[in-house]
Design a protein around this ligand. Structure first.
Ligand code: ATR
Length: 269
């Protein structure tokens, strides 16, 4: 069987092996997918060792997405812009190709929930690696405007400038957020700590959607807050399964169905 894995540190709670095993069963692809905890100081060595043992491709999660980006021989355009790689593939002549599927996972999940992006006023919270990784597919979906708000305003402004050629994207601090928005995407790591960025109560337009890239057995702090202000909430579990499906498609040339795997994961949260 062809071998794949996910690299992270820590990696113990990763759902990727379960997701890819389900995709393999669904498509009849013969592959093996494991979780590997790479050493913090030698991601490249871990990837080389995996190749030497017959590895064909890998997903990459925290904190190695930038290290993975650095070691690639070739990069997709979106991975180059994202400055991060979540999907490594071994090429025919032994070269390593890097891509990033997080943004496709996000946009696909919004589509699955009938949450429109085209022509909409979009707000993105956060300006770290997670947000950088999804901006290109988001902007390509054609929002009327996209504002990036961040605690450190300069980071949001710089990020907006980096993507300005792709659409109407601007950035600033939370004090400069002026709603209403049709779609608000939380890409900060604040909710991990149970925190919420300071946001105005009238953030959402009528019929507005709140998307949190995080997920959990219970609604996140952000989704609870948004629900109390009338927004429809969606958590990031579908983005997780969606990015995995896109990686699987890159490796195997077949795109598995997300919904049955997502429903199963939801039940097991
Ligand atoms: P990631 O890879 O998860 O994006 P990151 O690059 O460290 O990690 O970015 C974390 C993001 O969450 C940043 O936008 C950060 O804001 P700053 O750039 O101002 O640091 C944001 N963040 C983290 N904790 C936060 C909090 N308690 N309140 C608001 N924003 C927070």
């Amino acid at each position: 069987n062809d071998r794949y894995c996910v690299f992270g540190h820590p990696i113990g709670h990763s759902k990727s092996p379960v997701i890819h095993a389900a995709f393999a069963a669904q498509t009849g692809e013969a592959l093996e997918y494991t979780a590997i905890e790479a050493p913090l100081d030698d991601f490249a060595g871990a990837w080389r060792a995996f190749i030497a043992e017959g590895g064909r491709g890998a997903n990459v999660t925290v904190p190695f997405k930038e290290s993975a980006h650095r070691l690639c021989d070739t990069l997709s355009e979106r991975a180059r812009r994202a400055g991060a790689v979540n999907t490594l593939s071994l090429g025919a002549s032994g070269e390593t190709h890097g891509d990033t599927t997080d943004g496709l996972g996000l946009v696909g999940d919004l589509h699955r929930h009938d949450a429109a992006i085209a022509g909409k006023r979009v707000l993105v919270l956060g300006a770290g690696g997670a947000v950088r990784g999804v901006l290109e597919p988001l902007l390509e979906a054609g929002p009327a405007s996209l504002f990036i708000a961040n605690r450190t305003a300069a980071r949001a402004e710089a990020l907006a400038a980096d993507f300005a050629d792709l659409g109407a994207v601007t950035g600033g601090g939370y004090d400069t957020v002026r709603g209403p928005f049709d779609l608000v995407i939380n890409g900060t790591s604040a909710s991990l700590a149970g925190d919420l960025p300071p946001l105005p109560d009238d953030l959402f337009a009528a019929g507005g959607v709140a998307y949190d890239m995080m997920y959990g057995a219970e609604p996140t702090v952000f989704l609870r807050w948004a629900g109390e202000r009338g927004a429809r909430g969606i958590d990031g579990l579908g983005m997780l399964v969606g990015q995995a499906a896109e990686s699987f498609a890159l490796w195997r040339g077949r795109r598995p169905e997300v919904t049955p795997v997502l429903e199963r994961l939801r039940r097991e949260l």
